[in-house]
Design a protein around this ligand. Structure first.
Ligand SMILES: [Zn+2]
Length: 428
């Protein structure tokens, strides 16, 4: 078997085989969720849909959507479909508002997660016995343990540093000849900066797998050049079962392969919920096909993307490819009548020569009128005028741009806070 695949059968099966498998699994999970979960039973009854109504894949559209708010209301374990005694682990994400979102796993779910992650490692060219460093924290956030479970399954040598202490992270990478760096992209940038200060390199490092933050192509280029690695965009969220559960891009970097034997995806109009054709950007909706403790049926993720193609990829995989996430439904900014997402600002900023990777988008609201200010770090010679002019060309309006010397904007250890909201001069 080719070393390029962890599970060649699942990753390269024909679209017809895949569709048949998806339908059988969809029918089974709908029946299972209705029988085991009062939450899903009530939802299906209210929508007037019975498991027997699912005769083809398109019939998934008969099922009602669930969303983040449902997860919050079902906190902690209202959606559970297995005995509590069968639970083995849980992870949680805390939104900015309301109750957190909790996801519980039984043994089979942990194995499903590890399977998806093992596929991602192999897709990135990391094979048995190679060394990886896991930099997200080991705790409620799913990142640390997700990388860990998958690496255990794939038989890798794991350095579980968790977050923080960047100089020690760099030392360990060099001492143990680390080949793969696992984390969030903003932490990769942080490592790059410390390496520059130290006038140091990590020659063994070849691969970075970055999740939890949407990043632009120009940011990818920066981190690949800065660390001398190939960067992969790994995808997954608490509700789908954590990092890597839904997919990653392959060496051709022509979209994120979805593990379609594990998840059924749809792209819908975020407002109306109507299905959108391939190629059109909308909200991605997930149905888990093999999860047991807390399966998800038609989960509206809030992530905006589009399906690029369902053709077999040059890597041999047949799972459809989606575009990298453009933004979140609830992150869209409307300033002076122009709609855009923070990632478009990032893309535009990174195109300006001399502009560095740290920036902040500040949405100022003064008596109900919204305006935008961009703080960005840049090398000497880049002026606020240059930044404003380029943003005007790319975004169609002109935010105020303030340029700061390298290292002067605030840093976070975890996910970067790129958008700051201010109300009449106060942090909102
Ligand atoms: Zn591919």
């Amino acid at each position: 078997m080719s070393p390029a695949f962890w599970n060649p059968k699942a990753e390269t099966m024909s679209r017809d085989e895949l569709a048949a498998l998806q339908l059988a699994r969809l029918q089974a999970v709908v029946k299972y969720a209705r029988e085991r979960s009062p939450f899903y039973r009530a939802r299906m009854d209210r929508a007037g849909v019975k498991p027997g109504d699912i005769e083809m894949l398109e019939d998934a559209r008969l099922l009602p959507f669930i969303n983040k708010e449902d997860f919050r209301q079902a906190y902690p374990l209202e959606m559970l479909c297995v005995d509590r005694a069968d639970l083995r682990e849980m992870h949680m994400s805390s939104g900015s508002t309301g109750s957190p979102v909790a996801m519980a796993y039984n043994e089979a779910d942990l194995d499903q997660w590890a399977e998806c992650m093992a596929r991602c490692y192999r897709m990135a060219g990391l094979t048995q016995g190679e060394t990886i460093q896991i930099t997200p924290s080991f705790g409620l956030f799913n990142g640390g343990f997700g990388f860990y479970h998958g690496a255990r399954k794939a038989g890798m040598f794991i350095i579980p540093t968790g977050s923080g202490n960047t100089p020690r992270q760099i030392k360990l990478m060099n001492d143990f000849q680390v080949k793969g760096l696992m984390g969030v992209v903003s932490y990769g940038i942080r490592i790059m900066e410390v390496l520059q200060e130290q006038k140091n390199t990590i020659p063994s490092l070849k691969v970075g797998m970055f999740g939890a933050e949407a990043f632009s192509d120009s940011m990818r280029e920066k981190i690949e050049n800065g660390l001398g690695i190939e960067a992969f965009d790994i995808y997954g969220m608490t509700e789908t079962g954590g990092v890597g559960t839904t997919g990653m891009d392959c060496h051709c970097h022509c979209g994120i392969h979805i593990w379609e034997d594990q998840y059924l995806v749809e792209i819908v109009d975020p407002a109306s919920g109507k299905p959108l054709p391939d190629g059109q950007t909308g909200e991605i909706v997930f149905t888990s096909l093999a999860r047991q403790a807390m399966p998800i049926l038609r989960f509206k993720s809030g992530d905006l993307t589009r399906i690029l193609t369902r053709q077999r990829c040059e890597c041999g995989r047949t799972g459809l490819r989606m575009d990298r996430v453009t933004g979140r439904v609830d992150d869209m900014l409307i300033i002076k009548g122009v709609n855009f997402w923070p990632r478009q600002v990032e893309q535009a900023l990174m195109e300006i020569p001399g502009v560095l990777s740290h920036y902040q988008i500040i949405v100022e609201e003064n008596d109900g009128v919204k305006d935008l200010r961009i703080n960005v770090e840049a090398e000497p010679g880049v002026t606020g005028f240059t930044v404003e002019k380029h943003l005007k060309e790319r975004l169609g309006f002109s935010p105020k741009g303030d340029v700061f010397p390298p290292g002067s904007l605030p840093r976070q250890e975890g996910k970067a806070v790129r958008v700051v909201h201010e109300n009449n001069g106060q942090k909102a």
